[in-house]
Design a protein around this ligand. Structure first.
Ligand code: EPU
Length: 336
């Protein structure tokens, strides 16, 4: 385990904000991590578990310990005619896992190509893109209790997955450190092309295969979403709001162009990016904080923005969308 004091977070958050943390803790084994929670090692202040820093907005220095999980290893646990159960350490880069699964011919993660962050964040956020969410393939999640260092497994049901959420973000927030995630992938996958834009891109490339779907997703993401290594950002800053069907019907009458997606029966998911765009925010910039020019759901740091400046723009956007559409936006990004 490596524990360092007074460390810049610039490399550890995808907005590239230069705040400091009192401690930065890098753990490689579960035994090391347990020592942080069972009384063996005492660190002053609160603890924040980091999943790659691609969904956080720091608004100041962190007066506690930030834990960066370093658990590695991707393993095929068992294979049958239909499924392969695989597991990956929480510290593996998410996209490295997707690439590995595609190279093995295991289907289920390919639509989630190029999502930034670490494997450990996948169940916390229930990451999703192009019609697929990780909850569809996660079998179980191995964790360490941050209260006593004991190991606990969560089954898929116990994770309480929802749209970009799980119990690890809600009722059990801060209570568990994810160390390994187990997925059930298809050995003979049928490509999932339900998502219109993806289908169009695949048709351009050729006969659908896992590799080709991955390539299509990469192409779409690269064309629409800014690369955090070049322009600081955290992907979608807000969630797409879920409203009752009647509310969506009313809005559709007033705004016929509003993209709507089916959600649970009786509810509809609205495209927040479209609404923000309609409010005139796309490509706007206040100082170095701004709204991406190709995707209004993504807030960006053009260089020297502070977390507070990015937060302030997000508040202004929420206000505009509420005034125009009567819909309160909820942030997907966590403010620290
Ligand atoms: N749109 C606009 N203007 C914009 C942005 C979007 O008109 O500035 C319209 C698009 O034309 C489209 C609709 O809004 O009709 C939806 O846009 P898009 O397909 O780009 O997807 P999204 O709903 O904005 C969601 C996820 C993304 C995920 C994509 C693709 C959320 C909060 N975001 O975005 O996830 O990659 O779908 O599946 O659910 C993330 O969570 O960080 C993320 C990037």
């Amino acid at each position: 385990m490596i524990i360092r004091g007074n460390i810049s977070l610039k490399k550890y958050n995808s907005f590239g904000l230069d705040y400091k943390t009192r401690y930065l803790v890098q753990t490689k084994t579960e035994k090391e991590a347990a020592a942080l929670f069972n009384g063996t090692i005492h660190l002053k202040g609160p603890i924040l578990i980091m999943g790659g820093g691609s969904n956080l907005l720091f608004t100041g220095d962190y007066i506690g310990a930030i834990i960066v999980p370093g658990f590695k290893g991707i393993k095929t646990e068992e294979v049958s005619d239909e499924f392969a159960i695989i597991s990956a350490g929480a510290g593996i880069l998410w996209d490295n896992l997707v690439e590995w699964s595609v190279s093995k011919g295991y289907g289920g993660l390919e639509n989630l190509s190029l999502i930034p962050g670490l494997v450990g964040a996948a169940p916390v956020q229930n990451i999703g893109a192009y019609g697929v969410e990780t909850k569809e393939t996660i079998v179980k999640v191995k964790t360490i209790s941050t209260h006593d260092g004991s190991i606990r497994f969560f089954t898929n049901d116990e994770c309480g997955f929802g749209y970009r959420s799980s119990i690890f973000k809600n009722s059990e927030k801060g209570n568990f450190l994810v160390t390994r995630v187990y997925f059930r992938l298809k050995v003979n996958p049928i490509p999932d092309l339900a998502y219109g834009t993806l289908k169009d891109e695949i048709v351009k490339l050729g006969e659908p295969s896992l590799k080709l779907i991955r390539q299509a997703v990469i192409n779409i993401r690269r064309s629409k979403l800014p690369d955090p290594a070049v322009i600081g950002n955290a992907g979608s800053f807000f969630k797409n709001p879920v409203v009752e069907s009647a509310v969506a019907d009313n809005l559709k009458k007033r705004f016929p162009g509003l993209p709507c997606y089916n959600n649970r029966p009786g509810s509809i998911k609205l495209a927040a990016g479209w609404m923000i765009d309609q409010c005139g925010w796309k490509g706007k910039r206040i100082g170095d904080a701004g709204v991406h020019e190709k995707q209004a759901l993504v807030l960006v740091n053009y260089g020297k923005a502070t977390g507070k400046e990015i937060f302030d723009i997000s508040e202004k956007i929420k206000l505009s969308v509420f005034e125009k559409f009567g819909i309160p936006l909820e942030r997907e990004v966590e403010i620290i």
